[in-house]
Design a protein around this ligand. Structure first.
Ligand code: NAD
Length: 500
């Protein structure tokens, strides 16, 4: 069987593991297993299904530190962020455990006598899912926890960047008590590999629902295949998230939020800031505060608590970042940071923690003089690289914020209620923050984007239940005769001649 390696991006000599690449036969077998397990799992009472999710949450809690360390070792986010990643999965379990005792339908009055109407949430069937490596615990939990509670069975192709984390995610689900065949994992790469084979299973009729978290390009392909098969996938894609600082903002607070939004996880979050939009009255003052904070950041070994960001997720992400710097920066742009590119012991970051030559680290890069017609304005860069743009007023800020075609997250810093009101009404992103960063989610608030960021599907909270259940309407006629709605209904005519 073909294999792939997982390496520590903070120390490329540290090989985390070698994993089998599942071919078409293995992928089909996993789907068939899920299909046959569905017959039993859908009949398991929902509170019992949720009981297994309760166990999973407890196991995640018990193993939080160990799993967080694996996340950091495998994809390089700082340990405190990895702990947040795992905690989000625990919170998701806690939320959905009690949903297993709800999953409410309705009883609805009928227009006919001796007849009852009901609605039920029914599971969709086999749920196939492909995820990215930047949130290797939280994002799968957002999908699988509600999918399983709702009675679906699953096939998962986790990111090739985080196979060991994914292995333990699946092991914890198994130890929580999930029956054989309910949750199936196929490891491998994306294009022309396991990911592509899994998408093919939609064409083969083995999958009833698809979930994808990753790049817009791949999401579009999955959307095409699902659309052709009359399925509505859950697509959670890229972003070019704006953060606006108005003239009345608390600049210290805004600078702290922008630093986290731009450089948290080395800019490798779907919700990372892509365009920093500054009101012209405060641009100079803000940049002075902000660039000082940037210059003081600690970059380096992600196991160390004090660092702002660690390495890129893998060598591939560093290469893409270097390509972006070369391809997207134009002669009229001004780089507010020097140097740029890869951090090495020859080309050093002043506050580096550890040995840069062991891993794949990048300098922070901030590009100014960006115009809306420039490619970089509307291109997701997915690294420690973002633009600075200037606006005269809120209308202009909104045009810049909404003009990229993406619509995932957004943020504004202001204390003027009229600005906040207009911003909430006119920003087209699925999520927005007022006086907080573009990044950050809670397990019970809908998460998702519009435009190039997704197809309007939402994860988290009660809203996600509509992804993993389909509504069934039931008419129960106890009258013993054929009663026809609208035709036999005993409507009463009003006396239309009556006037007051
Ligand atoms: P990617 O699309 O390259 O890969 C994501 C997953 O898809 C991986 O498991 C990969 O193996 C698989 N894959 C890649 N190409 C494929 C193909 N042709 N066919 C089938 N499977 C394929 O994305 P990435 O670079 O790993 O991750 C970063 C992207 O994910 C960014 O665009 C980021 O914004 C997005 N993302 C979005 C969210 C969200 O919730 N909206 C969350 C995290 C990441």
């Amino acid at each position: 069987m073909e294999k792939f390696e997982s390496r520590n991006p903070a120390d490329l000599k540290d090989i985390i593991g070698t994993f089998d690449i599942a071919g078409p036969a293995e992928v089909e077998e996993a789907c068939q297993k899920a299909k046959s397990a569905f017959k039993i799992w859908k009949k398991t009472p929902a509170p019992l299904r949720a009981g297994i999710i309760h166990n999973f949450g407890k196991l995640l809690e018990k193993n939080k530190e160990a799993l967080s360390k694996i996340v950091t070792r495998e994809m390089g986010k700082p340990l405190r962020e990895a702990r947040g990643d795992v905690q989000e999965a625990i919170d998701t379990c806690n939320f959905f455990v009690s949903e297993g005792r709800r999953l409410y339908g309705m009883t609805i009055p009928s227009e006919m006598p001796n007849k009852e109407l009901y609605t039920y949430r029914r599971p969709v069937g086999v749920f196939a899912c492909i995820t990215a490596g930047n949130f290797p615990v939280a994002v799968p939990a957002w999908y699988f926890v509600p999918a399983l509670v709702c009675g679906n069975t699953c096939v998962w192709k986790p990111s090739h960047d985080t196979p060991l984390t994914s292995h333990y995610f699946a092991e914890l689900l198994k130890k929580a008590g999930l029956p054989e065949g309910v949750f199936n994992v196929v490891f491998g790469l994306g294009a022309n590999s396991t990911g592509a084979h899994l998408i093919n299973m939609v064409e083969k009729g083995l999958i009833d629902k698809f979930g994808f978290t990753g790049s817009t390009e791949v999401g579009q392909k999955i959307g095409e295949v699902c659309g052709r098969n009359l399925q509505n996938p859950c697509l959670e894609l890229g972003g070019k998230n704006p953060l606006v600082v108005m003239e009345d903002a608390d600049l210290e607070l805004a600078a702290t939020g922008a630093l986290w939004a731009g450089f948290g996880t080395a800019g490798q979050r779907c919700t990372s800031m892509g365009n920093l939009i500054l009101h012209k009255q405060i641009q100079e003052k803000f940049l002075k505060i902000f660039l000082k904070k940037v210059s003081e950041m600690k970059i380096g070994d992600p196991m160390q608590e004090e660092i702002t960001y660690g390495p890129m997720i893998s060598e591939v992400f560093l290469k893409t970042h270097l390509k972006n710097l070369a391809a997207l920066i134009e002669p009229h742009h001004e780089l507010l940071t020097e140097p740029n590119g890869q951090i090495t012991s020859q080309k050093k970051w002043k506050h580096f923690v550890g040995d840069p030559d062991k891993g794949v680290y990048a300098f922070p890069s901030i590009v100014a003089n960006v115009k809306p017609t420039d490619k970089i304005y509307a291109t997701e860069t997915f690294g420690p690289l973002f633009n600075v743009m200037i606006c005269k007023n809120l209308d202009e800020a909104l045009d810049l914020a909404n003009g990229t075609g993406y619509g995932l997250s957004s943020a504004i810093y202001t204390n003027t209620p009229q600005y906040i009101y207009q911003w909430k009404e006119e920003i087209t992103a699925g999520m927005t923050s007022i006086n907080n960063s573009t990044t950050g989610a809670e397990a019970h608030l809908p998460f998702g984007g519009n435009g190039k960021s997704g197809n309007g599907s939402r994860q988290s909270g009660v809203w996600v239940l509509d992804q993993f259940t389909k509504w069934q309407s039931v008419n129960w006629d106890l009258s013993g005769k054929l009663q026809l709605a609208q035709i036999d209904t005993g409507y009463v005519e009003p006396d239309l001649e009556y006037r007051i």
